[in-house]
Design a protein around this ligand. Structure first.
Ligand code: ZN
Length: 240
């Protein structure tokens, strides 16, 4: 379990996102292999979210976490472009599903949110069909808080210059201890994701060291705050 890394991609799947979705699709297996090289047990899952326009039934699509490359490839090859309408999207629905994925007990948990539009109720610059929030009653910041409670870190990547999106995505990430990134060039997307995942791999490595030193009662040549941070995370993961 110390070795488990679970990663859920939570992606806005409306038309304007096509090039970004294709970029993830083209590289998802290579990214997984890159992280597996570290010796970790890595599972990938994905959530595609659209919107609630006119009573639409399918707002989200999801594929459970798995380490099976063929399954992951197939999941990303389906029709991932759907939904649209007004500018804000059902970001809250996407996060809600990510929260309820088949995370493994004790795993390091990461959600990578990628989108170009704000959630409902968080748009000032654009027309919002649901200005008081998603008609399903979900709120993205509350979902982010629940993610934090479940030890899920959200990294968000904004792929537009929309200031409402930037503000909301920033809040969502920081609630969980994650970070917000912004890009305009699709070519940078994969490097950013790999960097995020490497950051989590480094944390796992540190937690393994701390765990071992505690079991063997040996001192560790690490700063106290780093040791404490690792211990805190190990506790949340149910390892201590
Ligand atoms: Zn909703």
């Amino acid at each position: 379990m110390l070795n488990f890394l679970d990663v859920v991609f939570c992606i806005d799947s409306t038309g304007s996102m096509e090039s970004f979705i294709l970029e993830v699709r083209r590289n998802v297996i290579d990214m997984m292999r890159e992280i597996k090289k570290t010796g970790l047990s890595v599972n990938f899952g994905c959530v595609f979210y659209g919107d609630h326009e006119h009573g639409r039934q399918e707002v989200v699509r999801f594929y459970e976490l798995t380490n099976n490359e063929k399954t992951i490839e197939t999941n990303f090859q389906g029709n991932t472009i759907f939904g649209g309408g007004d500018h804000p999207e059902a970001v809250a629905d996407g996060l809600h599903l990510a929260l309820n994925m088949n995370w493994r007990f004790g795993s390091k948990r990461v959600t990578i949110l990628i989108g170009d539009a704000p959630p409902h109720a968080y748009a000032r610059d654009s027309k919002d069909d649901y200005p008081n929030g998603c008609p399903c009653g979900l709120d993205p910041l509350k979902e982010a808080m629940k993610c934090k409670d479940e030890n899920i870190v959200i990294y968000s990547i904004g792929v537009s210059k929309d200031r409402d999106m930037r503000e909301a995505f920033n809040k969502i990430a920081s609630i969980t201890g994650g970070r917000y990134f912004e890009l305009n060039e699709v070519s940078n997307l994969i490097n950013i994701i790999i960097d995020m995942l490497r950051r989590e791999v480094q944390k796992i490595e540190k937690e393994k060291l701390v765990y071992r030193s505690m079991k063997e009662n040996k001192p560790l040549p690490l700063p106290t705050d780093e040791i404490n941070e690792a211990k805190e995370s190990l506790k949340k993961r149910g390892m201590l």
